[in-house]
Ligand binder design. Structure first.
Ligand SMILES: [Zn+2]
Ligand SMILES: [Zn+2]
Length: 383
């Protein structure tokens, strides 16, 4: 869960600029790492909060888009870069005392662009692509090959960015830490700040000879085919996350994830509603009236359905366990609901017409038989 800056400073959302400033000063004094009861983590948190809430413009953006950022963190599963899990780990307090947290990042998240935050962490970006499944593939699950073009690990240098058989040395600027710590004097005394090393881009290593294939980034745009297991029961517009199959990270940093947005082709036979399947069953007048055993097609093959006598159009019969398996629990399956639909025959033979007329008479029902009917009967007599 992302931190709420207002909570951190202990002020309300309607606090004035002055109140925010006072709260910040008080807390910063209290938690400063140089103090007896100081707390470096808390101090950093307070600074982060103030960098946003202390600026009218940034505060407004935070009020508007703060939740979206939160959402982005959740969707990402907290797996950003090597420091993973701490969404603010890479920001730190910058050399100028400012937080390296640009609210432009928030807009990047919304529009799916590559954000500075991720770039700084060298993690590969997440990719999203659509995957269309046949109706039954979604119901029963399937293994699919997905081909995509993406920035993938360079095969020549295996992502290190160094020409094969050449040395990779430790970055002289950060001594392999990937980060630079600097001390700065402020009104609170010495403040330690941390920033990603610009020399090695946070990798801590520098190739002596950059790889000729990828130019030293360790990344190359290429086509890749991966096999993805689609779980049974997946439904239209659900997303499947394929961990580590997004774009490769800078010089062997962790890769992004691939998100597959599922599209399911409709079925001619069935309508799906969650884990329940619906189907219409044409039933003739006589079958409905007298009762019948009718063969019904299900996704698992044909079954025999008993229609009791006197079945009305629209009567629903439940076939237990012939629906869609629950995702992540394929032992549980929904039901198939079969709705009887009474079909009135369109074309009748002479014999059929006579029998029906007889039936109508027997039941005392008035029917108006179209004139052609008697003509045809007369015709048979005159022939
Ligand atoms: Zn390479
Ligand atoms: Zn470095």
């Amino acid at each position: 869960m992302a931190k709420n800056y207002y909570d951190i400073l202990g002020v309300s959302k309607s606090a004035s600029e002055d109140e925010v400033k006072r709260a910040y000063r008080k807390l910063a004094h209290q938690y400063h790492p140089d103090k007896d009861k100081g707390n470096e983590g808390k101090f950093k948190e307070i600074n982060e909060a103030y960098q946003v809430l202390g600026s009218q413009e940034k505060r407004q953006q935070y009020d508007t888009y703060g939740q979206t950022f939160d959402q982005a963190q959740r969707n990402g599963g907290g797996g950003y870069g090597p420091q993973g899990g701490d969404p603010f780990g890479g920001f730190g307090v910058g050399g100028n005392g400012g937080v390296e947290f640009d609210l432009g990042d928030i807009f990047g998240d919304i529009f799916g662009g590559r954000t500075d935050r991720e770039a700084r962490r060298n993690r590969g970006i997440d990719l999203e692509m659509g995957l269309t499944l046949e109706f039954e593939e979604a119901v029963f699950g399937i293994e699919k090959n997905v081909t995509l073009e993406k920035k993938d690990t360079c095969k020549t240098c295996k992502g290190s960015g160094a020409q094969p058989d050449t040395k990779i040395s430790t970055c002289p600027k950060c001594h392999g830490q990937g980060q630079i710590l600097t001390m700065k004097r402020t009104i609170f005394g010495q403040v330690q700040s941390r920033a990603t090393c610009d020399r090695c881009e946070g990798t801590g290593k520098i190739p002596e000879k950059p790889c000729h294939t990828c130019g030293g980034s360790g990344i190359l745009r290429q086509e890749k085919t991966i096999s993805v297991k689609i779980p049974a029961g997946i439904d239209d517009s659900q997303r499947i996350r394929v961990s580590g199959e997004g774009e490769a990270g800078y010089r062997g940093s962790s890769a992004g994830d691939l998100f597959l947005v599922i599209r399911v082709r409709p079925s001619k036979e069935f309508v799906r509603d969650g884990f329940t399947l619906h189907k219409e069953l044409p039933v003739s007048f006589t079958q409905a009236a007298l009762g019948a055993k009718i063969i019904v097609k299900t996704l698992d093959g044909d079954i025999e359905l008993k229609i009791p006598s006197g079945t009305q159009s629209g009567t629903v019969f439940k076939v237990k366990g012939r629906g869609v398996p629950h995702v992540n629990d394929s032992d549980r399956r929904g039901d198939l609901l079969v709705a009887a639909r009474l079909i009135v025959p369109g074309k009748l033979s002479k014999k059929e017409k006579e029998l029906l007329k007889e039936l109508a008479d027997e039941r005392g029902e008035v029917v108006e038989v179209d004139p052609g009917f008697w003509d045809s009967i007369r015709g048979t007599f005159s022939a």
